[in-house]
Write a protein that binds this ligand. Structure first.
Ligand code: MTE
Length: 330
């Protein structure tokens, strides 16, 4: 998962560390899972001339939670940037279960989102398995406009609807011994062809400290653009952590576990020298293979300076007091 540094290069992926003889798909002539050539002009600084694939079939009319949208806007989380138009945001996605390139919106329609149960377990007072359709009616939904910054140095602004992760914590009551929250997506190669790719340590996993999980900005997303979330965004429920690189925002969550040990995410397991546990946005700490100083705003020709904690420093900097010896920005 990387961005090319040169114009008109391909979006590319790290060479799997345990297969050192493979070259990255960025390497000229690597011939290794090269994305389709119809994706043009999305190299860093090339202006983002996207050609979105046809809009995906939408399920909003038949979704059993459609009546919950639109949800009231939380005015604390308004934003100075223009929203990314839905046809652009919903056709430029990272969802490796459906392909290692951005145009996965059609393929992601294979995801079956009902029935969908979420298991809450581990060091918690009330372990439970709850149907998504029940969970989503237990906690009031709200809409927040959040900046979304990928480690690949592109960004979007998306109107997400959902509820704060801290509300789920309050419902589950983690024990004092729980230090981290571990999130796991589904595992079903029959509806996610990418999970047949043995180069990735499926299922997708991510984690947070309990303190991070309890921060008001940590958001469990169930909808986008004022309707139930399209499958390619990670239906029926995903995380969004606007101050961290996008890979921390795990999609299609099946299991939430309260644990003592720090979880190792899919990207950290694959390439820990490039993708760490903390992954807080910082323009001054480059990725080992590219700068993080700027970001390409998807759907526009803008390249803008990246902000510390993606502009949410006033809210989240305190979470990291005393943790300066950690690799907080990778
Ligand atoms: N979650 C799952 N299950 N699978 C993935 O491949 N990709 C991550 C994250 N969550 C991913 C995932 C990455 S790298 C990013 S940048 C964001 O989802 C992309 O979210 P978006 O497609 O809504 O922009």
């Amino acid at each position: 998962m990387s961005i090319p540094q040169a114009e008109n290069a391909y979006v590319c992926h790290p060479p799997p560390p345990f297969l050192g003889h493979f070259r990255s798909s960025c390497d000229a002539g690597a011939g290794f899972r090269r994305p389709p050539t119809h994706i043009e002009g999305h190299g860093f600084g090339t202006g983002g001339h996207l050609r979105p694939s046809p809009p995906p079939r939408c399920c909003a009319e038949t979704d059993p939670t459609a009546d919950l949208y639109p949800a009231a806007k939380n005015e604390t989380y308004t934003i100075e940037r223009a929203l990314t138009p839905e046809p652009i945001a919903s056709t430029y996605n990272n969802f490796y279960e459906y392909g290692t390139y951005k145009q996965i919106s059609e393929a992601a329609q294979q995801l079956k989102t009902r029935p969908w149960e979420i298991e809450i377990d581990g060091l918690v007072e009330k372990p439970m398995t709850i149907a998504f359709d029940d969970l989503v009616r237990k906690i009031p939904l709200e809409t927040r406009l959040y900046r979304h910054r990928c480690v690949e140095a592109w960004s979007m602004t998306v109107p997400w609807t959902g509820f704060p992760l801290k509300s789920l914590l309050a419902m589950a009551n983690p024990l004092a011994s729980a230090k981290y929250v571990r999130f796991e997506t589904f595992m079903d190669p029959s509806m996610a062809p990418g999970q047949n790719d043995f180069l990735y340590p499926w299922p997708y996993i991510e984690g947070l400290t309990i303190k991070e999980a309890g921060h008001d900005l940590a958001f469990l997303v169930t909808g986008a653009y004022d309707k139930p979330m399209a499958k390619q965004f990670g239906a029926p429920i995903r995380l969004h952590l606007p101050w961290k690189y996008g890979f921390k925002s795990i999609k299609s969550i099946r299991k939430i576990s309260f644990v003592e040990e720090r979880p190792v995410g899919l990207w950290e397991a694959l390439q820990s020298s490039e993708y760490g546990f903390w992954a807080n946005v910082n323009p001054e700490v480059p990725h080992p293979r590219w700068s993080q100083a700027q970001e390409r705003v998807i759907g526009t020709s803008d390249v803008i300076p990246t902000q510390l904690f993606n502009g949410y420093g006033a809210e989240v900097a305190d979470l990291y007091a005393g943790l300066e010896s950690e690799n907080l920005y990778m």
